[in-house]
Write a protein that binds this ligand. Structure first.
Ligand code: SF4
Length: 226
């Protein structure tokens, strides 16, 4: 069974066109320096919400929300998350999964119970080491699985200076070529894992718009969330 490190009872932005409740799983395989959920990544500690408690809250909130987002941390480091996703489906909720994509086998097992996937595109393949990843084979497989699959999805990229630079865009575009949707999200410095990133100046809207224009060469649709 999975236990949850946090809950956001109402979100208008996490599931496109839906009002959702977001559940956060503890732990992550990566160490993105700009991570703002680092407390549940590095040192998850209770109080946790059990599956049963989470389901009870969701049932009580059914009048207000019609969907559930499973986020993290990284939900797919917990192979048993698929059993919880099935329970959500059985209860009639629409389900979205946020993932960094490093565990394609778990993702494939989850797919029967998911309506929407948001896959992180963090940077060019050669720079994933900045996030603590030595090997991105699993991630590349996930890109392929989603592009070939039937589930609606978006790839989403938080445009963090240093991590995503103009000269990376070509490699990023090639890595995700043919994807149907890429959302570019503004980086909001705050309480980040590496404190240096809390002082980094985000890109201007003009710069992100230019990035979007370049990435349109590679994917069907680019959405701006800036
Ligand atoms: S993948 Fe997400 S949760 Fe994990 S370290 Fe990176 S930003 Fe944080």
């Amino acid at each position: 069974m999975v236990r949850f490190a946090g809950i956001q009872k109402t979100s208008l932005i996490d599931f496109p066109d839906r009002i959702s409740t977001v559940l956060f799983t503890p732990g992550c395989n990566l160490r993105c320096p700009y991570c703002y959920n680092w407390r549940i990544v590095l040192e998850p500690k209770g109080p946790y919400l059990s599956e049963k408690e989470a389901l009870n809250i969701l049932r009580l909130r059914r009048r207000f929300i019609n969907s559930v987002v499973i986020s993290g941390g990284e939900p797919t480091i917990h192979p048993s998350i698929k059993f919880f996703l099935k329970k959500l489906k059985d209860e009639g909720f629409k389900v979205k999964l946020d993932t960094n994509g490093f565990f394609p086998e778990t993702l494939k097992e989850c797919m029967p119970y998911i309506d929407y996937v948001a896959l992180d595109v963090k940077t060019a393949a050669s720079k994933y080491r900045l996030l603590g990843a030595d090997n991105i084979d699993g991630y590349l497989e996930t890109i392929d699985v989603l592009k070939r699959g039937k589930i609606d999805y978006e790839f989403r990229m938080t445009v963090v200076p240093e991590i995503v630079e103009e000269e990376d865009l070509h490699d990023i575009g090639e890595m995700i070529r043919g994807a149907k949707r890429l959302a570019l999200q503004q980086f909001i410095p705050g309480d980040t894992l590496d404190k240096r990133f809390s002082k980094i100046k985000p890109y201007s809207e003009k710069t992100i718009t230019r990035f979007a224009d370049r990435l349109r060469e590679y994917v069907d649709e680019v959405i701006l969330r800036v």
